[in-house]
Structures are given as C-alpha cells and as structure tokens.
Ligand binder design. Structure first.
Ligand code: SF4
Length: 455
C-alpha cells in the first residue's frame, strides 16, 4: 500500500485497502474557520438537533482567519457565531480574535490596516496555525473545511478539505465515507540551487500534469531529495496538491518531521502520541515522475490557472503589484528569503507583506540582521508590512481587505491560487511564484529571475 492507503486502512479498521474502495474512516481532527464554520455548525444543528454535542471536544479545532481585518459587519459576525458555539460546546481549541470570551469582534478601520488588532489567543491562517499549535501528527486523519487542508500532508498524515455538509456530519459522528484515491508518485532527487525554492518544485510538478492532473488522487512526495527540504518547504509543496486537483499531498516521516511535531505538541500541551506510516515494497502508483531538484529554475504559474508554467527568466511581463503572504508563502522562511533579495534595496511597485500567523510577525520583528530587524529591513525596502496576520487578499475578501486588487492589475504573488478574480477584481491577473521571485520582481517592476540578485 502507499502512504495514503496505509493511513486510510488503519482509520477504517482494515488490514488493507485499494484505490477505489469506499471506506468509513475515523477522523482524528476536524478543523473549521470563520467562512465555513457557521455553515458547518448550521448543518450539524439541523441534522443532529439544537442541543447536540460534537463527537469529541478534543478533536475539533476552530480557527478564524479569513475575513477578519475588515469592517464588513457580516464577516465580523461570523467570528461571533464561532465564539457562541465554542462556549456552548465547551471546546478547548478555539483561537479567537479577541480575548474576552463574552465579547464581540469589531474591526476598527480608524486604527489603519498595519497595526495589530487581535488578542493573545489569535493564531492566524489555519493551515499554518495547525502545526504551530500542535494539531498535526503523522499517521492521522485531518479534515478541514478548506481546500488547502492538504498542507498538513507535510507531516505524513492524510489531510484533505471537505465541504460544510460533510464537516457537519464529522462534527456529529467523527466518521466520513471516503473513496480511497489512486496515488501519483513524485520522487524528488538532488538539492535545490540557490535562488530556487520549494514553491518552484510544486509549480514545476503542477506544470507537468496540469491544474486538473491529480484530480481525486493522492500526490506522494518522497525520495532522497526530501531530506534537504525543511518542514516549511514540505508544507509549501503539500499545500498546493489541491492546485492540481489532488485529494491530498503526503510526505514520508523522518527525523525532521518527528522533531517538529514533538516540539510543537509539547509546547502546546496537545496529544503527543502518534503512529507514522512508512513506505513498503508493494506500492501501486498510477503515475511516476522523477524531479531532479538541482535542475529546477525559478518558475511562474501564469494567469489564469496554477498549471500555466513558465520560467521566470523567459518572461517579459510588466507588473503593477507584488504580494507575499498566505499559508503557502507567508511563513517565516518565506519572508527571510524575500528579505535576502530586498535587503538594502527599494521596491519599484506597490508591495504588500502579510505574515500567516502572529508567531511569524514576532519572528520577523525579533530576528536581527546587523542593526535592523528583518521586519525593519522590509519596511525600509518599501514593503507595506501588516501585523494583522491572516488570509488577507489571498482570496480577495471584502473590498477593504489589505492588499486586495480592487481594479484590474497584474500582480506577482507568493500565494497558491490564481484563477480569475481570486485576489479581487475579476479582470486582474495573478502570477504565482516563490517569495524570492516575488522580491526580485518587486525590485524591477516586471517578472524577474531572483538569481540576478543572489549573492
Ligand atoms: S491564506 Fe489563502 S489559501 Fe491559505 S487558507 Fe487563507 S485564503 Fe486559503
């Protein structure tokens, strides 16, 4: 069996499953957020009754992150619906925007968009917050009401996005009927050259198979090249499995995975026991691809979908905007590579920086390169950095969302999705690239290979 099949077999209580089997699996964690949480709660109450209790309080994680820093009252109200539900159910894992459990969330636009407006429990973008807060464990099954839930496959678990109806059912029963996906195999060899990042790996793979090339399939990443990739790198890759239509992305378990997971579970006091899955000799794949990491170059996914692959050095596209942020591209390591390119220089176009979580804001505001913090280096380079960690303009959002494209324009972005209208105006164009490529392009105002700035 493949890694995915092994996890699904165990969760179904079976010795063996095959691609195409329909199996009932037990969920280890159900995550929802402010966009889908109210709908999920509505389904749960409708189907299980107004006084029903969730199947296991310790396994439900609620993370507001999407439409948070906006004056849109309906969006603010969604966070209040989550808080009411958490109080009613007595859920321990709720990462509220405010500290007062009886309060209401109201964003104050008069304070501007850059200074933080959240309390001490707020965790930021769900997929980045889940591992930071100790909710991702090898061998487990994570369901989330968000398509990029697949990011947690970096930790050798089966993680996938589900809709509100399925999530309402999981909330009540802890179970879900799943068809076992076929597995595509991506064997990574060698190591990346300077200036090339994990984002380039996944853009390369999606470019090979197309934006629907992995539809309802598992994407398994393994091989000797994985050892050189950090957990942040693996998260970037697993995150974008859905951009090829994948059911999930998954990596092998190794010492790095163990160190990360053990540290985070201990830090947060979450469940620290888990059972990873290992590869065996009888894996059946529907597709095999070898990726020599040393041959990859800075890559861009052009408008209008993540499969429109080109090399940055071959492009001549004038830009209006640059953006770094999201679960995929707003991690500390992403900002460090971004800052390496920008240090001591000045951007030529509007450039927005949105760290994924408050912890990342803290990292960047405390890491010093010489006299300055990384945060200050970015601000001095002309990047508009917000402390309001969250999804921000990655998915457009209400019109007052930081970095949202409200007019047709061309933007290079470290985010993960570029279908028309994704980051705002439906006639805008989004070019997906690594943080290093976004930085180099911000300096020139056109799509630029970051190796021109590598030292
Ligand atoms: S940052 Fe973007 S891709 Fe990630 S969860 Fe938020 S909206 Fe989705």
């Amino acid at each position: 069996m493949t890694l995915t099949e092994k996890i699904l077999a165990r969760a179904a209580g079976k010795a063996k499953v095959e691609a195409g089997d329909n199996v009932w699996v037990s969920a280890d964690v159900l995550m929802t957020h402010d966009v889908c949480g109210p709908g999920t709660i509505g389904v749960f109450k409708r189907e299980f009754g107004k006084t029903a209790k969730v199947w296991d309080k310790q396994r439900v994680v609620i993370i507001p992150d999407h439409y948070i820093f906006t004056a849109d009252s309906k969006s603010n109200r969604n966070v209040d619906i989550l808080r009411d539900f958490v109080r009613e159910q007595g859920l321990p894992y709720f990462y509220d925007v405010i500290d007062n459990p009886d309060g209401n969330w109201v964003f104050d636009p008069s304070k501007g968009l850059l200074k933080k407006q959240y309390g001490s429990n707020y965790a930021g973008v769900c997929h980045t917050a889940l591992p930071q807060k100790g909710h991702t464990r090898p061998g487990e099954i994570l369901f989330g009401t968000d398509s990029h839930t697949c990011m947690a496959g970096a930790f050798n678990e089966f993680a996938t996005g589900i809709g509100n109806t399925d999530a309402g059912f999981v909330m009540g029963t802890g179970k879900l009927l799943l068809k076992v996906p076929e597995t595509m195999h991506f064997r990574l060899e060698g190591a990346l050259q300077p200036g090339v990042m994990a984002k380039d790996i996944i853009l390369h793979c999606i470019g090979e198979i197309g934006f629907d090339g992995a539809t309802y399939r598992a994407m398994q990443f393994d091989g000797s090249g994985v050892a050189s990739l950090s957990m942040d790198d693996r998260m970037t890759i697993a995150n974008m499995a859905i951009e090829a239509g994948g059911k999930n992305g998954i990596f092998e378990f190794d010492a790095q995975t163990k160190a990360f997971v053990d540290y985070r579970c201990k830090l947060n006091g979450t469940k620290a026991t888990y059972q990873p899955v290992e590869r065996d000799a009888n894996e059946k794949f529907v597709y095999d691809m070898v990726v020599d990491l040393s041959k990859l170059e800075p890559t861009v996914a052009c408008h209008p979908d993540p499969g429109q692959r080109k090399k940055a050095k071959e492009m001549d596209v004038k830009l209006d905007r640059a953006y770094i942020g999201s679960c995929t591209g707003g991690k500390t390591s992403d900002f460090l590579e971004f800052a390496r390119v920008l240090k001591g220089k000045r951007v030529m176009i509007d450039t927005f920086g949105v760290p994924a979580t408050p912890e990342i804001v803290h990292d960047l505001q405390t890491a010093r390169w010489g006299e300055k913090t990384v945060w200050q280096i970015l601000v001095d380079a002309g990047v508009q950095m917000t402390e309001n960690a969250g999804c921000a303009a990655c998915l457009g959002g209400p019109v007052d969302t930081f970095g949202r494209m409200n007019t047709p324009m061309k933007c290079i972005s470290a985010t993960n999705r570029n279908f028309p209208g994704r980051m705002g105006h439906k006639e805008s164009q989004v070019f997906l690239a690594s943080p290093a490529t976004v930085a180099a392009s911000a300096l020139t105002g056109k799509i630029t290979d970051p190796r021109e700035y590598w030292s």
